[in-house]
Design a protein around this ligand. Structure first.
Ligand code: 8X3
Length: 252
């Protein structure tokens, strides 16, 4: 008797064009997933998808239409969704905050996550063992000066994750969050400080070994590849040098 080939496991990673997203796409591909690399910047995900044998999907998570397109490309079965698209824009104190920056942060870190999750949930349920992994932040656990727009948005990521886990309690879908602390990527701090290289570099100054995007991708891959009954609700992960947001060991 011949048996049908097992369909390969599939994963969607949003914000896959750089940093944690790109590293996660690579790690999941190495773990045997066919990865749909989703990001606004189509050229960058095309190269990544080629490299890992995945599929590039240009997608702006803040656009319902764009997310519907992503869902149509993915089809009716999906094993893993990594909601990674997000970011910080600006670092002004509340008294000088820019409403547009705050709206953008809420749009991408919270509404985008909701839209992608909503669109792909039927496919995740259909596999009988889906996994949703939301990329939050330690900024979703604390407050710090100049961080309110971002911390509010990442607290949003955290609480949406918790809510979703409650709502899906009887469904075959795990709901998890990773909350990284200081991760040195090419873009996070640079985007936050609007291209100001000196300010971006100061974030990591003297820290011998901040986390890398690949450290986070490694942890994400571990979380989603646990057996289907094991739900790692949340994983807070920092470099050893960062005991807390305000307590970072800097050398020199
Ligand atoms: C990034 C962590 O410390 O910049 O999500 O808020 S922090």
């Amino acid at each position: 008797m011949t048996s049908l080939p097992t369909p390969s496991r599939t994963a969607v990673v949003t914000g896959a064009s750089s940093g944690i997203g790109a590293a996660t796409a690579r790690r999941l591909a190495a773990a045997g997933y066919h990865v749909y690399c989703a990001a606004r910047r189509g050229d960058r995900i095309a190269d990544l998808a080629d490299e890992i044998g995945g599929t590039a999907v240009a997608c702006d998570v803040t656009s319902e239409e764009s997310v519907a397109h992503l869902a149509s490309v993915v089809g009716d079965r999906l094993d893993v969704l990594v909601n990674n698209a997000g970011g910080a824009f600006g670092a002004a104190p509340v008294a000088e905050a820019d409403g547009d920056d705050w709206r953008r942060m809420y749009e991408v870190n919270v509404i985008g996550l909701m839209q992608v999750t909503k669109a792909l949930l039927p496919a995740l349920v259909a596999t009988g063992a889906g996994a949703i992994l939301n990329v939050g932040s330690t900024a979703g656990r604390i407050a710090y000066e100049g961080g309110a727009g971002y911390t509010a948005a990442k607290h949003g990521t955290q609480v949406v994750t918790e809510t979703l886990r409650l709502e899906l309690w009887d469904q075959p879908v795990r709901v998890m969050e990773i909350a990284p602390g200081m991760v040195k990527t090419d873009e996070f701090a640079l985007v936050r400080f609007e291209g100001d290289r000196a300010k971006a570099d100061a974030v990591y100054a003297g820290v011998a070994a901040p986390l890398t995007a690949d450290d986070i991708a490694d942890a994400i891959t571990w979380m989603v590849t646990r057996p289907p009954h094991v739900n790692v609700d949340e994983l807070v992960i920092r470099p050893r040098a960062q005991a807390a947001q305000h307590k970072v060991h800097r050398e020199g």
